[in-house]
Design a protein around this ligand. Structure first.
Ligand code: COA
Length: 160
């Protein structure tokens, strides 16, 4: 039987509970999901690639069917090389749609065989974004309910 593999790409700077929810739901649809740290050249990052990968690995270590990886190339090229048929993305609001629509069109131009699968964010997580979490942490807001344990620890050790 063919294994159904999906790639969930993002800059994950850092991974949030919103991403984690999308990942867990994607696992109901696919046999394996690769949580892929990819590069958005427009973004200036808060955490290094190594820090982000370490938080991602620690967070998913007990989830069956998840792998964590990094690419500095195109996500569709990565997907093809790793036998994946789909890219997963989360949608939080109508405002995400335009950007995702464009990304999806670009990906489909590069490789029409790789489909994009969109999952709607749960309403409790629609306001979460990595930059908002960064901002909240810097302003002393308790971000514990919004991020995985490993991310919280990484913030705390960055502060020291
Ligand atoms: N929960 C919480 N936050 C979410 C979310 C969810 N369910 N879904 C999206 N977000 C947030 C992220 O936290 C992030 O917030 P930020 O902007 O404050 O950092 C934002 O939405 C979108 O980020 P992300 O999903 O990481 O996408 P991105 O736009 O930073 O990067 C890549 C998208 C990395 C997948 C894309 O740039 C890429 O594919 N790069 C590789 C090169 C490539 O193949 N390019 C495409 C063709 S040219």
């Amino acid at each position: 039987m063919n294994m159904k593999i999906a790639v969930y790409p993002g800059s994950f700077d850092p991974l949030t509970n919103g991403h984690l929810d999308i990942l867990k739901r994607a696992l109901n649809l696919f046999d394996k999901v690769i949580l892929l740290l990819a590069v958005n050249p427009k973004k200036k990052s808060v955490f290094t690639i190594e820090e982000r990968l370490s938080m991602m690995k620690e967070t998913v270590k007990d989830l069956k069917g998840v792998e964590v990886d990094f690419t500095d190339g195109l996500t569709v090229a990565y997907a093809k090389e790793h036998g994946a048929c789909s890219l997963i993305r989360g949608l939080r609001a109508v405002s995400d749609f335009e950007y995702e629509f464009q990304l999806s069109a670009a990906n489909s131009f590069i490789d029409p065989d790789i489909d994009m699968v969109f999952l709607m964010a749960k309403k409790e997580t629609t306001f979460i974004s990595s930059s908002m979490i960064n901002q909240m942490f810097q302003s002393g807001v308790d971000i514990k309910p919004l991020v995985p344990e490993a991310v919280l620890r990484a913030y705390q050790s960055k502060k020291k």
